[in-house]
Write a protein that binds this ligand. Structure first.
Ligand code: NAD
Length: 493
């Protein structure tokens, strides 16, 4: 059986796609297959091998063997060398990886080239740099020498979504392997292809078999089997709140594996009337909601504008949003690609319909673009009220709700009227206001005078029902290590 498929992208790039499961450094067949669809056309790209509990078990056993067979005690220098080598190979094949990401996910090729692939490299290099900086402490305890060591957990499972396939992959694997854990990562069944390309590079880089295993499969089958496996010591999940609850339940019902969750949001973007350059505010606000076709967990989907500049903001925001070209992601001028799938397309269109039904004004967009693929116009709703569905639920599409506020207390109350707390933004020229409002906001990240600025060396994660645990930066190391206290009676002969 062939575990590769040849494909030529719309811009003429020839790809040889891996379609097997990557277990123990080999591509192998699964118990079933899943067709992965090009969201720009709605047509099948390739049929990939899907893991069921049998293959999940094989992958976990391989990771378990690799952990106890030497990776657990591998030198920090060796782990760092391998991670840098993998980053070198990703850079070498960056054009190919960017084309695969755009093919499978639909995001503009320019974004894949400038954001997604470099993001993978940055994560690998950042965590390659911390392998030898995971230190314990020496603690004075009544005559005994006490010290702590930070040890790896063992086999770590990762379950990732489809919106940033390479980035989410890197956020899970880099801190895990840097701290001497081994990994089984399940990619989204909607976007398996780019991680399978990286899998080939993992082998080429020289990682020992079993250290990094990449599988795909349906969530309720492969994801559930991973979340329930007794030899998995930790699971890191990014995706919907509903599935996040199931992951916690699976962990609770089995071996109480450690869990971290990153679950999306309904982030407020707050614009005060003292801003000096409204064009810049409009630029960031548009990026905040329409980047990646709105399929961003921290998307600024609720914009609150102070009443004095509301009309002016609306006029400029609408003008800029209408210029964003929606369509073929391989064209250099395209700003917005398709939604990931027919299901997501229908879901987003359902929210647009709900907004209209509940009495909001659809100021811009609201329609499908073209007759093939899953493209939706950038959409703006005004005249919204706090309890409308489009103000409460995560839409995960190019749809923003814009409303007015009077003062700080008013906007804080409105911003907090959500079960989520992933991110927020404040636009103001007043430093005191920037700091006091940032301090009051219940969100894991607050951007001031910018939006969607995420870096590998600053923590990212949620308050409230946006999840718990921090990814990126040294904060992420806490998720992948356990602390042991050793106490030595130095007086005993
Ligand atoms: P999802 O939560 O269903 O899927 C995310 C991952 O979880 C996928 O790999 C999936 O296969 C897996 N999964 C699904 N069911 C599982 C189960 N029972 N056990 C274990 N793993 C399981 O997300 P989705 O369907 O891809 O998207 C639905 C909504 O989730 C979106 O509209 C959006 O609101 C949210 N979402 C959030 C993010 C984020 O970055 N926070 C990313 C994608 C989706």
């Amino acid at each position: 059986m062939s575990l590769t498929t040849e494909y030529t992208t719309a811009d003429g790039f020839k790809l040889n796609l891996n379609t097997g499961l990557f277990i123990n450094n080999e591509f192998v067949a699964g118990s079933s297959t899943i067709d992965t669809i090009n969201p720009s056309t709605g047509k099948v790209i390739a049929s990939v091998q899907a893991a069921e509990s049998k293959e999940v078990n094989l992958a976990v056993e391989a990771a378990h063997k690799a952990f106890y067979g030497g990776w657990k005690t591998s030198s920090p220098r060796e782990r760092s060398r391998l991670m840098h080598k993998l980053a070198d190979l990703v850079e070498r094949d960056s054009d190919e990886l960017a084309h695969i990401e755009t093919l499978d996910n639909g995001k503009p090729l320019n974004d894949s080239k400038t954001f997604d692939v470099p993001g993978l490299v940055s994560q690998l290099r950042y965590f390659a740099g911390v392998t030898d900086k995971v230190h314990g402490k020496v603690i004075e305890t009544q005559g005994k020498l006490s010290y702590t060591v930070h040890e790896p957990i063992g086999v770590c499972g990762g379950i990732i979504p489809w919106n940033f396939p390479l980035n989410m992959f890197s956020w899970k694997i880099a801190p895990a392997i840097a701290t001497a854990n081994t990994v089984v990562i399940k990619t989204s069944e909607l976007t398996p292809l780019s991680a399978l390309k990286v899998a080939a590079l993992i082998k080429e880089a020289g990682f020992p078999p079993g250290v990094l295993n990449v599988i795909t499969g349906y969530g309720h089958i492969a994801g559930d089997a991973l979340a329930r496996h007794d030899k998995v010591g930790k699971i890191a999940f990014t995706g919907s709140t509903a599935i996040g609850r199931l992951i916690m339940k699976a962990a609770a019902e089995t071996n109480l594996k450690k869990v971290t969750l990153e679950l999306g949001g309904k982030s407020p973007n707050i614009i005060f009337d003292d801003v000096q350059n409204l064009d810049e505010v409009v630029f960031w606000s548009r990026l905040g909601i329409y980047m990646n076709a709105g399929q961003v967990c921290c998307a600024g989907s609720r914009i609150f504008v102070q009443e004095g500049i509301y009309d002016q903001f609306i006029e400029k925001f609408k003008a800029l949003a209408s210029t964003g070209k929606v369509g073929n992601p391989y064209e250099a001028t395209t700003f917005q690609g398709p939604q990931i799938s027919e299901k997501q397309f229908e879901r987003v269109m359902g929210y647009i319909e709900a907004g209209k039904q509940e009495g909001a004004t659809c100021l811009l967009g609201g329609n499908r673009v073209g007759d093939s693929g899953y493209f939706i116009e950038p959409t703006i709703f005004t005249d919204v009220t706090p309890k409308m569905k489009i103000m409460q639920e995560e839409i995960f599409g190019p749809v923003v709700a814009i409303s007015k506020f009077t003062d700080v207390d008013d906007v804080i109350e409105k911003a907090h009227d959500t079960s989520y707390g992933l991110a927020a933004a404040v636009f103001t020229s007043n430093i005191t206001r920037a700091v006091t409002v940032s301090n009051r906001l219940e969100a894991g990240t607050v951007w001031v005078n910018c939006y969607n600025q995420i870096s590998e060396n600053a923590p990212f994660g949620g308050y409230k029902q946006s999840g718990f645990g921090r990814e990126n930066s040294v904060y992420a190391l806490e998720n992948y290590t356990q602390v042991k206290a050793i106490k030595i009676n130095i007086g005993l002969q």
